[in-house]
Design a protein around this ligand. Sequence first.
Ligand SMILES: C[S@@+](CC[C@H](N)C(=O)[O-])C[C@H]1O[C@@H](n2cnc3c(N)ncnc32)[C@H](O)[C@@H]1O
Length: 197
Amino acid sequence: MKLLDARRDYYRRIAREEGYRSRSAYKLKELNDSYRIIGSEFFVLDLGCAPGGWIQVAVEIVGGSGKVMGIDSSYVEEVDRAHIIRDNIEDESIVGKIFSYFGEKVDAVICDLSPKISGNWSVDHAKQIALNYAAIKIMDNVLIHKGNALFKVFDGEYSNEFRDFVKKKFIKVQLRKPKASRKPSSELYFICLGYKS
Ligand SMILES: C[S@@+](CC[C@H](N)C(=O)[O-])C[C@H]1O[C@@H](n2cnc3c(N)ncnc32)[C@H](O)[C@@H]1O
């Protein structure tokens, strides 16, 4: 337990020192270093972006010619060179809002969506997977052919079904638990490369 606490504190501390808003920033950095989900000049859509750690990392990676848009139902403080809106990703009007910012399809969709945690794992897991299906609906409208995606998944009884569903849509799907992810949490990340449609 002490070792886990130490690791959690480590990421929290370096996030503070390096100016990232969340420990999650290091999950995206690690996964992107291994899989290049996001690259220079990419157009990136971040679903469930508060407080903005992933947005900060995405802005650094895409550089001046890329574009980053984040959506969250909670308020997110502005991030330089990113467009952030407060909205529900399950709202029908969301795809129109995404196109009105990018003007075209995006190269990557990254999703770190979490429902409000009730403490009942089966309920939280089912809600989190439902959010991911809502994200897939958006993705199917906005992701370019051969684009990439990243989904957090609360691991549980519907994970395999979700994995099989995304596997049909991408050339390659890998499952990873990054170092910055708390060991006892059953979250996994699905790295999806090469969108087929
Ligand atoms: C773990 S946080 C994201 C952390 C973020 N990746 C970062 O690096 O700072 C998950 C977010 O999903 C958001 N969320 C959950 N359901 C949502 C919905 N229906 N629409 C928009 N955002 C939602 C929550 O408000 C929460 O801020």
